[in-house]
Design a protein around this ligand. Structure first.
Ligand SMILES: [Zn+2]
Length: 300
């Protein structure tokens, strides 16, 4: 699933490319959008702005029309100059919004709906999300409270729940727990106040760290560029995610993986750095990679 930072970057790139421009052509294979006259109605409208709300991407057009999209697992938006070759096959195309300067192409976007401001408000549920970690008005205390409201749930499951905190995807979920020294399968009820604060602080920092650079020209799917370790080495960008059996960059223990939650999402952790029964006041400092552990599996 694209993480909140990916959606945020997509929205920003689309906003830079499209805002203020007039739609010259619209094409879609999404049945719900192709219905009626919607596609004709889009042509001639001006793109007012593009925004991310958690994992939802909203394109606002003049005359109270909003295109709501969600990427789920494999969706992505690309931006191309007219005539430029697409980097994904045409069969994956779901939507094309053309202006004279830029073409925005939505690939394998599974959810796409047209709304007015009123119908979007009525839709409720699915776009009702928790505090957005990338929102400028993000309220840390409110976010901590939202996490602590779910004492019986496993910590990593709560981090992934967009109704609690908006923006954390499956990669960052594991990375945030590692950075905090917190076992992802612990219950929220076992969290100290300090640990809850740390989780929220690290979550916000990791997401922000990953939205710093972008350009309208670049394809907006950027999952492979995600990083948390601060390392410039492309092979050492993440602490634990995707590293089953490899050596922990901090202590050298073998990274573990288990499926977690009702959706059986993969969760990675270090059994040494993230003990299941964390004694009170355990690791509170940010992990630092130890030279030599980066690539070498642990010798047993
Ligand atoms: Zn470790």
């Amino acid at each position: 699933m694209p993480e909140g930072d990916t959606i945020f970057r997509s929205a920003r790139a689309l906003d830079r490319a499209l805002a203020g421009r007039t739609v010259t052509r619209f094409e879609t294979v999404v049945a719900t959008l192709a219905r009626g006259d919607d596609q004709h109605q889009l042509t001639g409208r001006t793109v007012e702005r593009v925004e991310a709300r958690g994992k939802w991407l909203l394109i606002h057009f003049s005359g109270d029309l909003i295109l709501l999209t969600h990427m789920l697992m494999n969706g992505s938006w690309h931006i191309y100059r007219p005539g430029e070759a697409w980097r994904r096959a045409r069969r994956h195309m779901r939507l094309v919004i053309e202006t004279d300067e830029w073409h925005a192409v939505g690939f394998t976007v599974p959810i796409a709906e047209f709304h007015t401001a009123a119908s979007l408000a009525r839709r409720g549920g699915a776009v009702t999300i928790g505090p957005d970690l990338l929102d400028e008005e993000f309220n840390e205390q409110q976010a901590i409270a939202a996490v602590l409201e779910r004492p019986s749930e496993e910590i990593a499951v709560v981090l992934l729940n967009q109704h609690v905190l908006a923006g954390i995807g499956n990669v960052f979920k594991s990375e945030i727990c590692f950075a905090c020294g917190i076992h992802p399968f612990r219950r929220v009820s076992s969290l100290s106040r300090h640990e809850a604060e740390k989780l929220v602080e690290v979550a916000q920092r990791y997401l922000k760290m990953n939205v710093t650079e972008d350009s309208a020209e670049a394809p907006t799917e950027n999952a492979n560029a995600r990083r948390t370790t601060g390392s410039l080495d492309r092979s050492a960008r993440l602490w634990v995610y995707g590293r089953l059996g490899e050596a922990c960059r901090r202590c050298g223990a073998s990274i573990l993986m288990r499926r977690q939650g009702s959706e059986a999402r993969t969760t990675f952790w270090c059994p040494e750095c993230q003990p299941l029964n964390a004694p009170a006041g355990s690791q509170t400092t940010e992990p630092r990679a130890v030279e030599g552990w980066t690539r070498r599996p642990r010798a047993r």
